[in-house]
Design a protein around this ligand. Structure first.
Ligand code: ADP
Ligand code: MG
Length: 231
């Protein structure tokens, strides 16, 4: 709790009170699984970290000025370890081209999650002026705004309510393993929704939060991207 408070208070005016990868540690505190990884600020360090993670990794630009990383080519999925150094330089130059005065904190190196039998979901929250913190669950990924397959509850939710949420979205059959696909580990999805709802209920200063995607696979869930706004 103390650590969560510390991280939340690290937001600055400059970053519009938003936190991204800096807030990953909050999820550790709440028992929400995240991929293995680290943020580095030079290509050699990027290679070193990648070698410890796997043969291929995911790399993402880390900048408070870049909200949607893939929109500017700021996410590389499945980079072979040997190409990590070059990919680092490429990500930074893409960010500079996009916004010359952007603050670039470095590059996040992440474990590559197998999306072949995974489903990208979203778990989010915002504070309703009348009802207080709401928790949202739905189909996630980069097309989330187009699909709009989401459902809401007052936070916090218990197991049963969280389970209901995973059952009532349109994409629910995808989670259950439609068309010969393996089902995802629904218990861990339910657990993640419950834990996120508890986090925002415990910390009313989190006025907005998005875990997108929370990748659900037959083996569990991983929160691979996170952003939140603190008031
Ligand atoms: P942003 O939303 O800022 O564009 P994300 O971190 O959500 O950046 O990455 C965009 C997309 O890249 C995700 O929706 C997912 O499809 C893919 N992706 C991101 N991280 C991973 C990962 N660790 N393993 C596999 N795929 C990933
Ligand atoms: Mg995302």
């Amino acid at each position: 709790r103390e650590r969560v408070r510390e991280i939340l208070s690290s937001v600055t005016e400059r970053s519009d009170n938003r936190l991204g990868v800096e807030a990953m540690e909050i999820f550790d505190a709440y028992g929400i699984p995240t991929p293995e990884g680290a943020v580095v600020d030079d290509p050699a360090e990027a290679e070193r970290i990648a070698e410890g993670i796997g043969e291929e990794v995911v790399m993402k630009i880390v900048s408070p000025d870049i909200l949607h990383k893939s929109d500017i080519g700021g996410v590389k999925v499945g980079v072979p370890v040997a190409e990590v150094g070059d990919a680092y330089e490429d990500l930074v130059s893409r960010a500079r081209n996009y916004q010359p005065d952007a603050t670039i904190l470095g590059v996040q190196i992440q474990e590559l999650i197998d999306l072949d039998d995974g489903v990208e979901t979203i778990v989010g929250s915002h504070t309703d002026p009348q009802f207080g913190p709401l928790v949202m669950f739905g189909l996630g990924g980069v097309f989330v705004e187009i699909m709009e397959d989401t459902t809401f509850r007052l936070a916090p939710v218990g197991r049963d309510e969280a389970a209901e949420m995973t059952e009532e979205i349109e994409a629910a059959p995808l989670l259950r393993g439609a068309r010969g696909r393996e089902a995802v580990d629904l218990d861990s999805v339910v657990d993640a929704v419950r834990r996120v709802s508890q986090l925002v209920a415990d910390f009313p200063s989190i006025v907005e939060l998005d875990v997108n995607p929370l990748v659900a696979t037959p083996d569990g869930v991983r929160a691979v991207d996170l952003r939140l706004t603190v008031d």
